[in-house]
Design a protein around this ligand. Structure first.
Ligand SMILES: [Zn+2]
Ligand SMILES: [Zn+2]
Length: 443
């Protein structure tokens, strides 16, 4: 079945939020033993497919996809990355393009994560449409038109191409490494915080918000949480629920035109760990693992926020004492080169300007009860989240990932500077309570 039609029926067309929501992929197929559908999907746009994989994904599904395409007379060429740890950098992108067979009119990427990012880039550069054949439900980037890459040693997002089709064979995905299954559901759990912060920013900043898109992600998240235990038993239904959730999250971002439905403060913990990993060679793990663990930390931060009452004197004297120069230096020391973009962002955004702060503070104080209700509605309790993490066997702390308490405290402070997005750490800055809460949570 093509999920696209189902989503379009429910969520497509003109919406109460003022946007018209479309589904960017033509075909979304999730099911058991469905690789045989691939030639028909390729035929919609081409006749000769170039197959991209790495050694692991070739073994998992690439070999079978190659056989099926070959049998249909549609395998035009292929490239299998030999690296054990593939990075989405110039070297990998270059080797893919150098091995590309120009007579092929379609690209089939077998794999998730980095292979996805490289496939999108190759599709954008060569102008060939492409399909993703998932091998692990490990992240929500399937349905997007951006690639997360490392350019000149910096992790950046490039605007590339969205796939025309996504094929997920659950009989293959269920055998993905356990760590990737945990990463996929971890990236879904992050949505507890993302949706909460999207609504909070709507209240404080009048930011665009679509209840329908938020609902789509919330429902998908619920199915993932309900299937958490079965996922690690490699139950195909549970694998399908998580895969579907990740695809929906990607589509939701495209439908809303912003990343709000799928990423918030928890993602910025992960981004900071990635940036520092690039710059200082500190440890980094899978995106979804980092997001899942950071979500637990964010839940504790929101628990603390729930106990606060906005106090203008506290906030005003905090903002008064805030030093731009000290802030800039701290950011540079902590993040290295990546800090430059954030400093430039602040020059444009002026979030630390006392004048813009005053207006925001008043809004926060006036709507405090509403903000508390949003947190209550969207964010599970720490106990409930710990139970979910136990079910998926992911009980590590950020310290187990190799980040000290002091480093994670600084990471928390830096989350507010990553993007032009209003999140929990900014709310705490506005309340004049950022360091106070930081020192309590990361004691
Ligand atoms: Zn809408
Ligand atoms: Zn994510």
């Amino acid at each position: 079945m093509n999920l696209k039609e189902q989503i379009e029926r429910e969520y497509g067309g003109m919406c109460e939020c003022g946007k018209e929501h479309g589904v960017i992929l033509e075909d979304i197929r999730i099911g058991s033993h469905i690789l045989e559908e691939i030639p028909d999907l390729v035929r919609k746009h081409g006749s000769s497919a170039f197959l991209v994989s790495d050694r692991n994904t070739y073994k998992a599904a690439g070999k079978e996809v190659a056989r099926i395409l070959e049998k249909a007379g549609m395998l035009g060429g292929s490239w299998c990355f030999p690296q054990d740890k593939l990075e989405p950098d110039e070297k990998a992108a270059g080797s893919l393009l150098m091995h590309f067979d120009n007579s092929c009119d379609y690209i089939v990427v077998v794999g998730s994560g980095t292979l996805n990012d490289l496939g999108k880039l190759a599709s954008a550069v060569t102008g060939r449409p492409f399909m993703i054949v998932g091998t692990a439900p490990s992240m929500d980037g399937f349905a997007s038109a951006t690639s997360s890459v490392i350019r000149d040693g910096l992790k950046i997002s490039l605007s590339t191409t969205a796939p025309v089709a996504f094929v997920a064979d659950t009989s293959i995905m269920k055998d993905a490494p356990a760590r990737l299954l945990q990463a996929g559901i971890g990236d879904m759990f992050a949505k507890y915080i993302s949706i909460c912060e999207w609504r909070i920013s709507h209240v404080i900043n009048d930011e665009y918000y679509c209840p329908k898109v938020a609902g789509l992600v919330r429902n998908a998240l619920k199915r993932c949480a309900d299937n958490a235990g079965a996922l690690m038993q490699r139950d195909e239904e549970a694998v399908a629920a998580v895969t579907e959730g990740l695809v929906y999250a990607g589509l939701a971002m495209a439908m809303a035109g912003v990343s709000r439905p799928a990423s918030g403060m928890e993602h910025y913990f992960s981004h900071v760990w990635d940036m520092r990993g690039e710059e200082f060679k500190t440890p980094a793990d899978y995106h979804g693992i980092q997001c899942g663990i950071a979500t637990g930390t964010c839940i504790r931060i929101y628990d603390r926020i729930r106990q606060l009452t906005p106090d203008y004197q506290t906030a005003a004297s905090y903002v008064e004492a805030f030093s731009w120069e000290a802030w800039k230096q701290e950011l540079k020391d902590f993040l290295g080169k990546s800090a430059d973009a954030m400093i430039a962002l602040e020059e444009k955004e002026q979030k630390y300007n006392p004048a813009t702060h005053k207006a925001r503070f008043e809004r926060i104080a006036d709507h405090w009860q509403e903000i508390l209700s949003i947190i209550e509605e969207e964010v599970p309790s720490a106990e409930e989240y710990d139970r979910l993490m136990k079910e998926i066997g992911l009980q590590e702390s950020f310290e187990d990932l190799g980040h000290s308490v002091a480093e994670t405290r600084k990471t928390f402070y830096a989350t507010k500077d990553i993007r032009d997005k209003y999140i929990g750490s900014r709310l705490l800055w506005d309340l004049g309570m950022l360091e106070k809460v930081g020192e309590e949570i990361f004691a």
